[in-house]
Design a protein around this ligand. Structure first.
Ligand SMILES: Cc1cc2nc3c(=O)[nH]c(=O)nc-3n(C[C@H](O)[C@H](O)[C@H](O)COP(=O)(O)OP(=O)(O)OC[C@H]3O[C@@H](n4cnc5c(N)ncnc54)[C@H](O)[C@@H]3O)c2cc1C
Length: 222
């Protein structure tokens, strides 16, 4: 089943990331962390569906997406950045492997933070936040929703950048030594999201450090 959504508003979060707020259609249900295939209903783009994650909570009265645009090529995400309120998109039934498996350590690269937005908000609302967020980006300005994470009670945050010097955050890759330095307990649930190479490398490092395979939650194919 597909649903047509109308854009209500759009807000810039970082130089290349926007938050999009749409009306919520009747009958749509999803779990925090799940994604959908989204198509822009504009001539020339109706056959170009791409996966994006719901960042609102299932009970919210609207739907939001947080989307990084690649302005260096003529793709869907560049087109999305040009949408204005009143424009429409179509989405399909939700899918996705990243769902809430309880408190844990959330490790994200760039737009890979998106499935963690509703999951961490849910834990925050329920008051059972005993979570850690490790969030890597190229530069400090790329850190999506930084203030929100810093303010969340019970969420321990580690921000790190890989393409900038003299910052207020760490300037290291998330690898085995980074994880070993910052985490004491590897018998936890780990969530990883970002480009496939990042997910594979972080998963391998966690396994070497003693994490349990069945306690690592990832989504293939970003
Ligand atoms: C389950 C899932 C959920 C996702 N959720 C989100 C989300 O919530 N938010 C989000 O921002 N992203 C999300 N993504 C990633 C998102 O789907 C991609 O960024 C998007 O499909 C890119 O579409 P596009 O048409 O702009 O690029 P495509 O044309 O589809 O290109 C894909 C990638 O190739 C590269 N590329 C291709 N051609 C060129 C070129 N000529 N020059 C430079 N680079 C090029 C780009 O880096 C781009 O990332 C998700 C992915 C998955 C699998």
């Amino acid at each position: 089943m597909s649903y047509t959504l109308t854009l209500q508003s759009k807000k810039q979060l970082t130089p290349d990331v926007h938050q999009y707020v749409f009306d919520k259609p009747e009958g749509l249900s999803f779990k925090p962390g799940q994604a959908t295939e989204l198509t822009i209903l504009k001539e020339g783009w109706k056959d170009e569906g791409r996966p994006f994650t719901f960042t609102s909570l299932p009970d919210d009265d609207h739907l939001t997406f947080v989307i990084k645009s690649y302005f260096d090529h003529d793709g869907v995400t560049e087109q999305l950045a040009g949408l204005v309120p009143g424009d429409t998109v179509e989405i399909e039934e939700p899918f996705g492997a990243i769902t809430d498996h309880g408190a844990g350590v959330f490790i994200a690269a760039g737009a890979g933070i998106t499935p963690f937005i509703p999951i961490l908000e849910k834990h925050d609302a329920m008051g059972d936040m005993d979570c850690t967020l490790i969030f890597t980006n190229e530069t400090e300005n790329d850190i999506i929703l930084r203030r929100k994470w810093e303010k969340m009670a019970g969420l321990k945050t580690f921000f790190t950048v890989t393409d900038e010097e003299n910052t207020s955050v760490e300037e290291e890759k998330v690898d085995k030594s980074f994880l070993e330095k910052h985490l004491a307990d590897f018998d936890r649930t780990f969530y990883i999201c970002g480009p496939q190479g990042f997910v594979d490398d972080v998963r391998d490092a966690l396994l070497e450090l003693g994490a349990k395979k069945d306690k690592i939650v990832t989504e293939e194919g970003w």
